[in-house]
Design a protein around this ligand. Structure first.
Ligand SMILES: NC(=O)c1ccc[n+]([C@@H]2O[C@H](COP(=O)([O-])OP(=O)(O)OC[C@H]3O[C@@H](n4cnc5c(N)ncnc54)[C@H](O)[C@@H]3O)[C@@H](O)[C@H]2O)c1
Length: 375
């Protein structure tokens, strides 16, 4: 790409996350006035017809049903990968080989060896790579990071991270290929990376883990009413030892009735504690032992213009950002990194560290002992 030239974007996939990427690419220029508006060049879907339809809806100039040619297209500078996880490594490595910057959804891939290949490809390409860890972009999470850095809760000695949803809670959800087979994954593989991304951002990485996982429903009925064995685990948990010596507890559960997008981080330090829950993403709670003892209690702090980059969306406090806004912020950080500015991102190296932590938990489940993260 020539200096000063408009960045030309290719988007692969337009499902749940692909639409988020498309909205972010459309919004990033108007939201952050200092960002040159990217050109939405090429949209890729599973076939030409769907691609053309989605390109029209999401304001992309061209479309194709062939992702291989798209990632090599000389009129593309950046590839947004929002396809199912089993495509990530092949698509990202091909895009990087063509010298593109890559914004790829989490997790990196289904296999640690593929994630390692992705990190190698990024190192060789020397272009910018960002993973879709949107939750770290919340102004509340940035505030928590700042508070920890400034010592507001002293030295963090214990953390708890939990992610709970209920999309697998119903025992009558019919058996399908996602419950076994090469593309199957449990809560650990599917979204364990999200709480670990917050852990990495706020405190540090996992050094060792002692984990287990559970199946609330060992069988599910298929379309013919026949009970089929379920290979995946809807619940996983672990004791953690972090790089900085802090202790931790990790729980993920996708069969947790009533929980819709609960992603809780509790941080306990020598001088206070912090509580955050993504289901209430516009607030965090702070307790400091230095407060007047008669007034000891958690203080609720709402996102507002003093918590950047909230002010770029809304000028008044307490009015709230949403999930898609976090993706716009992530897109802005990606553009900052491309421009050579410091950026708040998880690249493939940091992402690989998260994948290695997941692998360590999985090894611990099998060995039934503590396992160290292998670098
Ligand atoms: N960051 C987050 O919070 C978050 C949330 C949900 C999902 N994800 C991740 O996003 C990725 C996509 O998940 P999703 O929920 O959006 O899935 P989805 O099924 O809703 O969307 C996938 C899209 O990719 C398209 N697609 C599939 N194969 C393709 C191919 N060969 N070429 C082009 N397009 C293809 C599909 O037609 C579909 O539009 C996954 O890796 C998932 O883990 C991230």
């Amino acid at each position: 790409m020539e200096t000063g030239q408009q960045l030309r974007v290719c988007l692969i996939g337009t499902g749940y996350m692909g639409k988020c990427h498309a909205l972010a690419w459309n919004a990033v220029g108007p939201t952050f006035e200092d960002v040159p508006k990217p050109r939405l060049e090429l949209l890729v879907e599973v076939n030409d017809r769907l691609a053309a339809k989605r390109a029209e809806e999401l304001a992309f100039a061209r479309s194709t049903g062939d992702w291989q040619s798209a990632v090599e297209d000389p009129a593309v500078d950046v590839v947004s990968i929002a396809s199912p996880t089993w495509f990530h490594s092949e698509m990202a490595i091909a895009a990087l080989a063509s010298g593109k910057h890559v914004w790829c959804e989490k997790p990196m891939s289904l296999k640690l060896s593929d994630s390692e290949k992705m990190a190698d490809a990024a190192a060789k390409a020397g272009t910018i790579v960002v993973l879709g860890y949107n939750y770290i972009q919340n102004p509340a999470i940035r505030l928590i990071k700042k508070l920890i850095r400034e010592g507001a809760i002293g030295e963090v000695n214990h953390v708890r991270v939990e992610m709970d949803e209920d999309y697998m809670a119903d025992p009558d959800t019919p058996y399908n290929s996602f419950f076994s087979g090469p593309q199957a994954g449990g809560a650990l593989e599917e979204f364990g990376v999200h709480p670990l991304s917050l852990l990495q951002t706020l405190v540090g990485d996992v050094a060792a883990a002692c984990a287990d996982q559970w199946k609330p429903y060992a069988t599910r009925r298929d379309a013919d009413g026949v009970n089929q064995p379920v290979a995946t685990h809807d619940i996983a948990g672990a004791l953690l030892r972090l790089d900085n010596g802090a202790s931790g507890i990790f729980v993920v559960n996708r069969a947790a009735w009533g929980r819709k997008g609960r992603l809780v981080v509790q941080l306990y330090g020598s001088r206070g504690s912090i509580y955050f829950d993504q289901e209430r993403l516009n607030e965090m709670r702070l307790y400091t032992s230095s407060d007047d003892p008669a007034l000891h209690g958690y203080r609720q702090i709402l996102n507002g213009p003093l918590h950047p980059p909230y002010h770029k969306f809304v000028p008044t406090p307490g009015h709230g950002l949403g999930f898609n806004d976090l993706k716009v912020i992530e897109c802005r950080e990606f553009l900052k990194a491309i421009a050579g500015e410091p950026a708040h991102i998880i690249d493939f190296n940091k992402g690989l560290r998260i994948e290695r932590s997941i692998d360590t938990l999985a090894r611990s489940v099998n060995s039934r002992t503590w396992e160290q993260v292998i670098q």
